[in-house]
Design a protein around this ligand. Sequence first.
Ligand code: VG1
Ligand code: CO
Length: 542
Amino acid sequence: MIKEIATTPYSDQRPGTSGLRKKVPIFQQRHYVENFVQSIFDSLTGFAGETLVVGGDGRFYNRDAIQKILKIAAANGFGRAVVGRGGVLSTPAVSALIRSLKAFGGVVLSASHNPGGPDGDFGIKYNVANGGPAPEKVTDAIYARTREITSFRIVEAPDVDIDRLGVTQLGDMRVEIVDSVENYAALMQTLFDFDRIRDAFRGGFTMKFDAMSAVTGPYAHVILEDMLGAAPGTVLNGAPLPDFGGHHPDPNLVHAKHLYDLAMSDRSPDLCAASDGDGDRNLIIGRGRFVTPSDSLAVLAANAHLAPGYRDGVAGIARSMPTSGAADRVAEKLGIGLYETPTGWKFFGNLLDAGLVTICGEESAGTGSNHVREKDGLWAVLLWLDVLAARKQSVDAILRDHWATYGRNYYSRHDYEEVDSDGANALVKSLRDSLPSLKGKRFGALEIAEADDFAYHDPVDGSDSRNQGLRVMFADGSRIVYRLSGTGTAGATLRVYIERYEADPAKQFLETQNALSDLIALSHEIAGIERFTQRKAPSVIT
Ligand code: VG1
Ligand code: CO
């Protein structure tokens, strides 16, 4: 009952920052999923009889893709597939399952924070045995394979019932449907002081967690409300919907503005938090105080030792290059290593595996640790909760204290979404060409000390990754970074990251856009943003 079916290659199956992401109708093309999945397996060896974890964020097309993946995995010789009930597993839960089952790898179905539904986005990502996204050498091999594939193997069988817990057989492969939350929740219990957090809730601590009609709803209900005793109603939008209720499940100040407004009002709970479509991002807002993801990374690294899972301290910190330097100052004070990597979680895996770092983070609302090999939204929320319960201070007080100790890195990202690709590429080319001449240039009080195209040398496997973002660095430590998104599905998205360090406590309470206004103006001038993109202003500011 295994069939070998002839196919022809697609030319556009290059994995980006986080797997292959496209509009749903593209994935619905004939054999599009089959080609990509067979290409993944063709790029791997040694999985005969091994375990594959499969799950996604429940978005539209999740169920169809899972049936195809299971049948192709069975036909290719996997011995066991472990699937979250209903096909639902958050990205960090997949990572956790791969690790606890010692699986060969996993397939994650998500387009993260991008909208879902028949006209929305979909995505497929392969994770390796450490639980993390496949490294570049694997994704490069997959892409090469997609360009020459001529057939795929598939088991001909009725669809597997993925809604009922238990074991079924698909060809020679065993399929286990498991609870989506259990394994992940148990892992969280080993890291945090659940008693202490429960006491805080009992003592009147209040919170709202917005699951944004995406995958973290079931996880948050179980962990926050059932296990930790947060009041019923703490979790908002807790039922996952295939189209996320028509919203962008993106936990930022634009798409979760209602949370920001609540936190700034006199009705604010002690903590407002949210996660994204697939559960790997987080948003943290205390009463009257938004915490930038870069600051959150720094605060969590400085306070992680308060949580039982990190009681022995943090071995090192890694951050993506565009993430602010706030964490660098914590690493310096703790006397531990700080690693600056290209954007995307796949670059943290080696550092975590080698024990060089314990905590990692990205400015795009991603924080995580060595407990899995993905960023983890609920983990970040739980670590904040544990720190708040241990310190018995407000988010605002903890942040003020942090800035007083380490200084403040004012930080903002300006996105120019869905701009014309040719224009965006021309902007990057022109800026790259001008880098050598920028050094030493003065713009008012600002002098450019260095300008380069970020390249990363992986200290663990020795691999090199070039062209990872254009950096303009100023003599006073300020920075402007430019890069094109590798997750978008329409046109190009230009991301401009702007940062300024302020050591003086008296100057640490400016409004961020005001504090950065001269650098923001310069970001336009240096790159000719309007000339190349026809945009005067960004579409999203975070
Ligand atoms: C974006 C973020 C990056 C993140 C990636 C995947 O990538 O900038 O930091 O790792 O999304 O996150 P890009 O290439 O569009 O800038 V997720 O939550 O979308 O899996
Ligand atoms: Co995500």
